[in-house]
Design a protein around this ligand. Structure first.
Ligand SMILES: Cc1ncc(COP(=O)(O)O)c(C=O)c1O
Length: 328
């Protein structure tokens, strides 16, 4: 049967507990958590609820294309701040220059898809200060919160001083529990915003899939802490093996700090677009990647292909073997 529009109590409570002990966010499961159809649904509802047509929203490039698509769906205007490889550093000066009277929000995605960038606490504090000074919402997509490497710890924007009121935290279990098709995600925000986000969720989805809400709630409750630790260790191992194969193949990777994607420099491959280079690589090796233009428009994007290393060790080993033996 349908559940309450914002999710079953068991799941809202499990998420609120997790937010308390992992994210440092105090959220009332009754009024501040909205379970939705994946993080995608949660993000769409937040944008539909909080943005008006013509509102400008700043996001970091390379960006996750769905963020742009959702902004366009609600007729908001994406405005990008460039990050420089290989460490994906952005300039606060450029950020300031992008602000206009129409700027309404800024999107942060850390750990990030496609760059694997993890914003340091200092970087998040700088964005927080910027958002407060210009009175902006912060929409923060933290779906890869457990995929962190080299001893990094997750920092949630809403846990920073004075940020809970203006921050919408988006999360979900597609990645953490490897259940992308279950479509279980959530948003967390102050009650006023949650009321509007919940209304949108009701309108667009009625509710998230009922039995799968229960399944995810049990997972959150029952899995031991070490599940999350070993997840990060396993993926760090995958990252290391895949990045070293890319480097050996001459496709210099920008080493991800989190999430499970890597942008590799493919400029030495034949072709004048990311798509042509990705196709060349596919034909030569059978290894598929997404052309960089999906995340960085124009010529800069043509130099990159994004790979996902969320693969079985067997498949990953085979991909590494093919990349290193292809003589690219
Ligand atoms: C940054 C980011 N946010 C959200 C999603 C989608 O999450 P969900 O399956 O919960 O909709 C993805 C999936 O690739 C992602 O990379």
């Amino acid at each position: 049967v349908y559940t309450r529009f914002d999710g079953v109590p068991e799941l809202r409570e499990a998420i609120a507990d997790k937010l308390g002990h992992y994210n440092g966010i105090r959220a009332d499961p009754e009024t501040e958590v909205t379970v939705s159809a994946g993080a995608t649904g949660a993000f769409h509802c937040a944008c539909a609820a909080l943005l008006n047509p013509g509102d400008e929203v700043i996001l970091f490039e390379p960006y996750y294309q769905y963020h742009i698509s959702v902004l366009m769906a609600v007729e908001a205007v994406p405005v990008v701040v460039h990050m420089q490889p290989p460490a994906w550093i952005y300039s606060l000066t450029q950020l300031e220059q992008l602000v206009t009277a129409r700027t309404k929000a800024i999107i942060v995605n850390s750990p990030g898809n496609p760059s694997g960038k993890v914003f340091s606490r200092a970087e998040l504090e700088a964005v927080a200060e910027f958002a407060c000074r210009h009175d902006l919402f912060v929409l923060t997509d933290e779906i890869y919160e457990y995929f962190l490497y080299d001893g990094r710890r997750h920092v949630s924007m809403a846990s920073l001083p004075n940020m809970a009121e203006r921050t919408v935290t988006i999360g979900g279990y597609s990645k953490t529990f490897s259940v992308t098709g279950w479509r279980i995600g959530y948003s967390v925000a102050a009650q006023t915003w949650t009321r509007a986000i919940g209304a949108m969720n009701d309108l667009l989805y009625v509710c998230a899939p009922a039995p799968l809400q229960i399944g995810v709630a049990r997972g959150i409750r029952d899995l031991p802490d070490d599940f999350y630790g070993s997840l990060a260790r396993d993926y760090q191992h995958k990252r290391d093996r895949f990045c070293s194969a890319l480097a050996k193949a001459g496709l210099t990777p920008s080493i991800p700090e989190g999430a499970y994607y890597v942008l590799a420099d493919v400029s030495r491959l034949p072709g004048d677009s990311g798509k042509a280079r990705a196709m060349y690589l596919l034909e030569q090796t059978g290894v598929a990647g997404v052309p960089g233009e999906a995340f960085i428009p124009g010529v800069a994007g043509a130099n990159f292909v994004r790979f996902s290393y969320a693969k079985t060790d067997l498949d990953l080993d085979e991909a590494c073997r093919r990349l290193t033996q292809a003589g690219l």
